[in-house]
Design a protein around this ligand. Sequence first.
Ligand SMILES: [Zn+2]
Length: 209
Amino acid sequence: MIFIGTMNLARTRERGDFYCPSCRSLQSYRLRAKRPWLTLYLIPVVPIGSVELVIQCDRCRSNWDTSVLKVDAESHQQLLEDQANHEIFRAVILFMLDDGYMMPEEIEPLRELATKVFDRKIDREQLGQLCSSAEQTGVSVKNYVESVFKHWSVDQQRLAIQVMFLAASLRGELGKARTALLMEMRERAGISPNEFEALVEDALQWQGC
Ligand SMILES: [Zn+2]
């Protein structure tokens, strides 16, 4: 009996750096040329299809069409960052609003936290708009975080935990629900209890507490 089969052979043609949309950062890649071959007793003998070019990220191993090389890393990165920062701050607002109110004395500290997230000052009016648009959605903070957390980079996840911790501590004590949510976020981000403590200590120093 003759043993005939097919096999995909891949060869690295080129290496370089690209902006990986999965890793959300610059990574090295291999340009892989893949081609199906006919095999005889498991030995490739003739190519039977055309060559397909694929970009593979060295870090996350995800495969991309070669057009990924044309993605403008900087603008893509900036857009994602802006979006994540808005999500982080929305999570902070929902976190504060989860018992239905915001106290007037919380406004200034929240503006300071916004500066930390957006890297620029926002005025009271902007803060008011962010609050009312977050409130209107009617989405609970838990569900909101559930839907956006995994899109955030490691740094953004950490920043979110720090800012949410500070926001919650404005009220003196964290409370059960808020503590539970922070612990859930900690676990999801793969942060150890020790690292969490360090993050919180670091955050407390922003405000000179
Ligand atoms: Zn990657």
